[in-house]
Design a protein around this ligand. Structure first.
Ligand code: GUN
Length: 284
């Protein structure tokens, strides 16, 4: 079974669009997401375009602010602070990665916590790990939604996550743990990775290497979630971290690249923007 993130996200976005359509009458306006793009990295440009398109589909107001890669850290922080103060803005997202002269940590901690639609702010991350209410990071949240929509039982299962980034590996491991999976976090230096991954009921791969997961690493019936976004070195096409052709016949459930986790990330960004909007507008 192939889980189409594209189809699931289209369905969820249509539901959100119906919800948002009632907001002008109920609250006087629609949610407003501001996306900041520094420089012109083609992958980042494409992600930011996807976020604007999804906003349009859901009926969320989107402002994309582009700045040249020469912008100073001070200028970027000052832009973020202005948006923090701007009452018409509900969500702020700074597309990563940033140029090397800008500290991503300082940028992330400058975004007001209540507008942090990515869920990257240290206070949001702390709240997640302390089981407090928080904004969930979009990719991990999208993965759990996909598993549930596919009817995958998570509770009691053995999950192996390959990758330990702040954006995906660590938070997805935490969310799986919260769903009562038994979770192992592996990475590029894990010894004898195949013998570990063959034990997995659920395998999440977020390592960023084309065809990193080969057929010998996956047992029959495994649920395989591929978070990779790579260029195939041979064809130049978009591909995941998993050797899809070899593993699809073995997996009980698998996510394709493109059209798997990616659309769900953007879908959850829309959901987080609505959450931030509702939290701010009903608090007043
Ligand atoms: N770059 C790659 N993924 C993401 C994401 O989820 N959020 C932001 N802000 N930048 C990214």
């Amino acid at each position: 079974m192939i889980i189409s993130g594209k189809e699931l996200s289209a369905k969820l976005k249509a539901e959100m669009a119906r919800e948002v359509a009632a907001f002008p009458e109920k609250y006087g306006r629609v949610p407003h997401l501001v996306v900041i793009l520094v420089g012109d990295n083609p992958a980042s440009v494409s992600y930011v375009t996807g976020k604007a398109k999804a906003s349009e589909a859901v009926g969320i107001r989107n402002t994309t602010i582009r700045r040249p890669s020469e912008i100073t850290e001070q200028e970027l922080l000052s832009l973020i602070k202005d948006l923090n103060e701007d009452d018409s803005v509900d969500g702020i997202l700074v597309q990563l990665p940033l140029p090397e002269h800008i500290s991503e940590a300082r940028v992330i901690e400058t975004i007001a916590r209540e507008k942090d639609v990515d869920g990257f702010h240290p206070l949001n991350v702390a709240a997640l790990w302390q089981k407090q209410p928080c904004i969930l990071p979009c990719t991990p949240k999208g993965i759990i939604k996909m598993l549930k929509a596919a009817g995958v039982r998570i509770s009691g299962k053995r999950a192996v996550v390959i990758g330990r980034s702040n954006i995906v590996g660590l938070p997805v491991a935490k969310l799986l743990l919260d769903e009562n999976a038994t979770v192992t976090i592996a990475h590029s230096r894990t010894e004898d990775l195949p013998s570990l991954t063959r034990q997995a009921d659920i395998l999440v791969v977020a390592i960023g290497r084309p065809r990193f997961v080969t057929s010998d690493m996956v047992s029959d019936g495994t649920v395989v979630i591929d978070v990779g976004v790579n260029r195939d070195p041979e064809t130049g096409k978009l591909c995941g971290d998993v050797d899809y052709a070899a593993i699809e016949p073995k997996a009980s459930v698998i996510t394709p690249v493109p059209g798997g986790v990616g659309p769900m990330t953007i879908c959850c960004l829309m959901e987080n923007t609505i959450e931030c909007f509702l939290e701010r507008i009903t608090r007043r």
